[in-house]
Design a protein around this ligand. Sequence first.
Ligand SMILES: C[S@@+](CC[C@H](N)C(=O)[O-])C[C@H]1O[C@@H](n2cnc3c(N)ncnc32)[C@H](O)[C@@H]1O
Length: 210
Amino acid sequence: MSSKTYDRIAPLYDALDFAYEVGWKRRLRSLVFAGTAGRILDAGAGTGCNMPLYPDGSEVVALDNSAAMLERAATRAARLGRSVDIRHGDLLDTGFPDGHFDHIVATFVFCVLPEPLQEPALRELARICRPGGTIRILDYTTSRRTPARIWMRAVSPWLRFAFAARYDASYESRLPAAGLETVESRHVFGDMVKLLVSRPVSAAARQSAA
Ligand SMILES: C[S@@+](CC[C@H](N)C(=O)[O-])C[C@H]1O[C@@H](n2cnc3c(N)ncnc32)[C@H](O)[C@@H]1O
């Protein structure tokens, strides 16, 4: 995904998303961070909507490939009085050492990554997550219920236009190929949004599977 889309919409992002944020996203963000501590990566941090949930005492890197989104994240961090390491970079090639983070969080990021980048992105996150650490994805899934499916189909053109996003990204089915195993997978807003917690498959488990 080109960072140009988000550079362009950065000034409007929070306003465009306001109703969703207040209506339900804020509540779900707290589920993502429950039980996290230590070194945390907020991958695709955007304007920093997750910042109020960063656990006290944690060391968080907020990474994004849109400089304009990060400018707003920096303003938010200052307003909240939080010390956050705000970095411009690509989550497909973060440059962090293997096993660097205790937890990695990606909220509404896989819905904007094109299909061919879903697995490479998961691989990179698996690489920089320590053994026993977790990767927590909060993102859309396609509903199985007809009314919700119809609603999602109707809103899809807006989602694509405003956020370059879609509801049917394939991140969950790609976990095994990326060297990740599922710890928890549950719907957290109807069956339209999922919290997916995974962890890197241990070397021992990889060997016994081979
Ligand atoms: C829909 S926004 C979500 C932002 C934030 N996580 C939230 O929950 O509000 C998606 C974010 O992912 C970022 N992004 C997309 N592709 C990226 C990549 N390859 N590397 C880093 N950030 C990326 C975009 O710039 C944008 O800020």
